[in-house]
Design a protein around this ligand. Structure first.
Ligand code: NAP
Length: 277
């Protein structure tokens, strides 16, 4: 069975896999497993896709824009990693369907789903958010992971076990007034993690959650370029540096790996300091 996956992904892996310049680890902890990562052409999602592939997985990258998908796939394939990609706006049913179909074009099942795509269309308070803003935030951040998982589940079940990683935010624990409805959506993701973990435990599919703090990406530019905000965060949490996307990627690889096989329903903060008791 595993050979099938290797074979189908091989055209994308190319000869570089056999060369020392390749960064894929054929004996890696995720060797021959298949991962689907949403919102993975930039930032945290891109670092996760790269790390899972470096650890041996075949990875399907995706995001809303074709040019971003092409760029991410070319970069990772250029590093000798086993990666394919497709456009998927996670809030669109037809795109989610295409993402599942793309994964199955290259393998007969999926082991890992990382739901990283998230949006915040409004900088403003909860009561400042229109119905349209609420719909967009809840559709993309909360509903889409559940709906995508629903579609992928039969193909994960075939593998006998699997792992799902959702992505919340430290603002789920420590809300910023400026991120009103987004805070609420990310708190919902913590609950989604725990409910799904219970629901899928009998199928040996674990569901855990990455909870990033301030990580230097385009998404957080408004915060990390705000000196007053950054200085007060440094002061309160004694942070020595700002987080990088790669700081999140190792945890996701661990949560996919057998080393975490007894960890389920957990929300893990990667923020230089934890707001949890
Ligand atoms: P980022 O650097 O802006 O990257 C976002 C990625 O997601 C891009 O590849 C983007 O590509 C894609 N994307 C955006 N909307 C999408 C959608 N509707 N469907 C599918 N793909 C979409 O963002 P990031 O900082 O890495 O954030 C990733 C996740 O971490 C989000 O869930 C965010 O809430 C969470 N988070 C981030 C921070 C932080 O400080 N950076 C902190 C806490 C939590 P396209 O433009 O091509 O779609």
């Amino acid at each position: 069975m595993l050979r099938v996956y290797q074979g189908l992904f091989r055209p994308y892996v190319g000869l570089s896999v056999r060369l020392s310049s390749s960064r894929i680890d054929p004996k890696g902890i995720l060797a021959n497993r298949v991962a689907v990562v949403t919102g993975s052409t930039d930032g945290i999602g891109f670092a996760i896709a790269r790390r899972l592939a470096e650890d041996g997985a075949h990875v399907v990258v995706s995001s809303r824009k074709q040019q971003n998908v092409d760029r991410a796939v070319a970069t990772l394939q250029g590093e000798g990693l086993s990666v394919v990609g497709t456009v998927c706006h996670v809030g669109k049913a037809e795109d989610r369907k295409r993402l599942v179909a793309t994964a199955l074009e290259h393998s007969s099942g999926v082991d890992f789903l990382v739901c990283n795509a998230g949006v915040n269309p409004l900088v403003g308070s909860i009561l400042g958010a229109s119905e349209q803003v609420w719909d967009k935030i809840l559709d993309v951040n909360v509903k889409a992971p559940a709906l995508l998982l629903r579609q992928l589940l039969p193909h994960m079940e075939k593998r006998g076990r699997g792992a799902v990683i959702l992505v919340s935010s430290i603002s789920a624990y420590m809300p910023l007034v400026e991120l009103g409805a987004y805070n609420v959506s990310k708190t919902a993701v913590l609950g989604l993690t725990r409910s799904l973990a219970l629901e899928l435990a009998p199928k040996d599919i674990r569901v855990n959650c990455l909870v990033p703090g301030l990580i230097k990406t385009d998404f957080s530019r408004m915060l990390h370029e705000n000196e007053t905000f950054w200085n007060s965060l440094k002061q309160i949490q004694k942070l020595q540096r700002i987080g990088q996307p790669e700081d999140c990627a190792g945890l996701v690889s661990f949560l996919c790996s057998p080393d975490s096989s007894y960890i389920n329903g957990e929300n893990i903060v990667v923020a230089g300091f934890s707001p949890q008791l």
